[in-house]
Structure formats: C-alpha cells, structure tokens
Write a protein of this length. Sequence first.
Length: 329
Amino acid sequence: MTAYLMKPSLSPLAKRRRLLQAAALAAALPVLAQAQSGARAVRIGYQKSSTLLTIIKARGTLEKLLGPGATKVSWHEFSSGLPLLEALNVGGVDISADVADTVPVFAQAAGARLTYLAQESPSPSAQAIVVRADSPVRTVRDLKRRKIAVTKAAGVHYLLIATLEQAGLTFSDIDPAYLSPADARAAFERGSVDAWVTWDPFLAGVQRQSQVRILSDGRGVADYQRYYLASTSFADAHPGLLRVVFDQLQATGQWVKHNAREAATFLSPLWGLDADTIELANGRRSYEVRAVRKEALGEQQRIADAFFNAGLLPRKVDTADVAIWQPGK
C-alpha cells in the first residue's frame, strides 16, 4: 500500500520514509470503516500554496485509502484562503486545506461554524514584503503613502499591518490594493504598485524570475502558522475520516522535509514552476503538521485584535471560542 507514497529503495533514508508512511497507514486503518460509513463524497478545498494536499491529491492517497466504497473524494481549487473558507462556511466544501492564520479570524467574525483540524508550525520567512530591485523604498518607513498590493485576509495582510506598526506607521498610512496573487504580481511587475506582500510559492517565483528585493519578512513580526479546518457539522459526523486526513498530512509533511529535491521535482509540473523555485519555497515552510491546542491560539487573538483596531473586522473576535478536533477522538 505504500507504493504510491514513495519509490522503493534500500537506503537508510528510504527505510525511514517507509516507516513514517507505515505508521500513518497503521493509524488510519482502524478508522477506515467509520470514515466510509457515510454514503457521500468528501469535498476538499485547496489553493496553490496547499503543498501537502496537492501531493496527496496528485497521488490519489485518500482515494486509495478509502477505497471504491461509499466515500468518494472531490477536489476544489480556490485562488486564496478567504474564498475557500467562505465556501466551507456555506457548505460548498467539507474540509479546507491549509489557510494562513488570519483567515479563520475573518471567518469567525462572519459567524462561521468551523472546526480546527490541524496546524503547521510557524514558517515566518515564507511570507514577505518585496519591492523592485531599483525601487527607492529602502526601509519599511519608506512605504508611507505608497501603494501596496496585498491579498485581503491572507496571512500577508496581517504581516503588513504588524510590520507597519513595528516601524511606527499605521495601515491608514499606506494605500492598499487588494488583489489576488496573480493580479498582484502583474500589477507589481508593470509598476502599478510600489510593493507587494506575498507568500510562498509566489514569493519564491517572483524572487527567481524578476529583479526584486525583500524589504521585510515575517521573522520577529508574524509566526505565519497555517491551519486546516472542517465544517463543524462534517467534523462531528465524520471524525474517523478526519483522522485519516490528519495522519496523511503528517506523513506527507515529513516526506517533503526529508526529500526536498524529490518533492520539488514532483510538484514542478503541478504548479508550473521549476524545481529550484519550489525547493526554495519549501525550504521556508515547516510542514510540521500537529494537533491544534486552544491554549496555543495566542497569536490568533493578536491577529484578531490588530484587524479590529485597524477597522478591518466588523466586530471583536474571541479566537478561543472555536471547536477543535483532537486526533485521539
């Protein structure tokens, strides 16, 4: 059953990889019957930066684990995290691939009933503010009165707010241009905006394909933890299926970190990026998937407060007031 996860090899590293995958499969098998009990499809939403679920989708991992029985898997791609969680909130998808830590805050403010499934440990350098190499902008304070491309409610939105605050500026000191990653890059490269706040793999792509400078990244400013979520109704009805997804996320994350070049080569045709760019991007992501603990949601509250104070959230949000799925359940 592990053939779709890795190529056979007699090397010590390959043996380690086999052990990781075998452990994940062993944990999944006892709950497969429960996961298959609902005669329905599980609809999974993802975005381009959803590395682990992109690999799982391409390999057919969940389909092979769940088998040809009652549970089917369908995949739905979104341009960024906010529309993905909006779809989750209205019942368009059942499980959300990783979204930046800011996105669940906006979903909570909109009254969404979401359940945290897992999180990736911090990857602060995987998002940054970039300017063109010849830009007169040399420091964050030079962004005052500049037009900056940013994706609304993405992790980079909070990075921008927090970076400005650290430099003694406020969000009202800049002119935000709310754009999708694709539109933001186009605007950035034709000079319609002075700076672009983006995340990997878009960050690695513009670094390798254009003349740019990183003005500031998330280190010391924003942890950039990415979260996997499910609709609360789906989580309550299918805890066993969530366990299968959680275990495969953990195993795939470990495979990516232990096989950087192989993972980059695998993702290259899927993302339309060269392997060197992907390896650069993946090197800045932790891909350490772990269970969510309510007491560890401190930065979520700081994010919520920052957006509310900037007038970007309609109401105060208590980020501890959420449902959290636990692997032991």
